[in-house]
Design a protein around this ligand. Structure first.
Ligand SMILES: Nc1ncnc2c1ncn2[C@@H]1O[C@H](COP(=O)(O)OP(=O)(O)OP(=O)(O)O)[C@@H](O)[C@H]1O
Ligand SMILES: [Mg+2]
Length: 273
């Protein structure tokens, strides 16, 4: 896949979930002074995901509809084990659903070949994993640079190494890790690895950031600093952000909050930031 235009397309009937108009007739005439909504950035419809544990089947997601518009900042909350990480991994095409469809900017992506999904993630989706997934043999600077090494290939990466390194250092400084460039993951605290994972997710200028508990291991002050960075990226660079958290105070800093309960999106609130 060399561009998103090669993705299979299909018109998407929006649920208007981001505007909380569940059940509203699509034929209803819009109010005359209502601004057109931004296009959908990422959406899922009818997502089902089950895991088998021996003879037991765990029904994690039972028909999840989710929509986020370009430039929105949405929080997904839910109890431990409710399926938040599972949903984020499906949205990022890191795992496959048993049923349902996922769309990125109106293009269906869940049925793409693995190589196309890898490229889509590398170019357009930034992922902050709950448990970081930093490469243990690389230092922080190298970990943050890894998405660009994958994207550009050896020759182009080396020809742009100076600019790439400058950006990686800038991002590590942004998350407060400029003094840890040469440290390996085992030499860092959980919170430091979490911040490095955020820098890595941002290095390739993603269109959507999927962040799984990005403040989960941080003290209040550092967590507030990270939220400030995310809000700034959202407001000034219009980065679309899907953030999983179990912390209602953190969630309230997003534009909207949706809640996963027993495998379904059960409620939504619009937050006054
Ligand atoms: N690979 C797997 N195999 C079997 N069961 C799994 C697997 N991954 C997740 N599960 C189960 O799916 C359920 C949802 O897991 P998930 O990690 O998505 O929850 P979560 O909402 O992110 O929880 P937390 O807030 O603790 O991170 C859990 O019951 C978990 O045990
Ligand atoms: Mg989780």
């Amino acid at each position: 896949m060399s561009s998103s235009s090669q993705l299979p397309t299909r018109p998407v009937q929006s649920l208007e979930m981001g505007r909380y108009q569940w059940g509203q007739s699509p034929d209803a005439a819009p109010a005359p002074d209502v601004k057109d909504p931004e296009p959908l950035a990422l959406a899922s419809y009818g997502l089902v995901k089950n895991y088998s544990k021996g003879k037991l089947q765990v029904n994690v997601l039972q028909s999840v509809d989710f929509e986020i518009r370009q430039g929105e900042f949405q929080a997904i909350i839910g109890q431990s084990g409710s399926g938040k990480s599972t949903l984020l991994h499906l949205l990022a095409t890191l795992d496959e659903a048993d049923e349902g469809e996922i769309f990125f900017e109106g293009n269906r992506i869940d049925n793409l070949p693995a190589s196309s999904r890898d490229m889509l993630r590398n170019r357009y989706l930034g992922m902050v994993f709950q448990f970081y997934h930093l490469l243990p043999e690389l230092n922080m600077l190298e970990n943050v640079l890894m998405p660009l090494m994958i994207r550009h290939g050896v020759f182009r990466y080396w020809s742009q190494k100076r600019a790439n390194t400058k950006r990686a250092k800038y991002l590590l400084d942004l998350v407060g890790l400029s003094h840890r460039l040469n440290h390996k993951p085992r030499q860092l605290s959980g919170g430091e690895m979490q911040r490095a994972a955020i820098a890595r997710a941002l290095i390739a200028n993603p269109r959507v950031l999927l962040a799984d508990e990005p403040t989960g291991n941080l003290d209040r002050k550092t967590g507030a600093d990270i939220m400030e960075i995310l809000r700034c990226l959202n407001q000034e660079q219009k980065l679309t952000i899907v953030m999983v958290t179990h912390d209602h105070a953190i969630a309230s800093q997003a534009d909207h909050t949706v809640q996963l309960v027993e495998g379904r999106m059960e409620s939504c609130t619009s937050n006054d930031v």
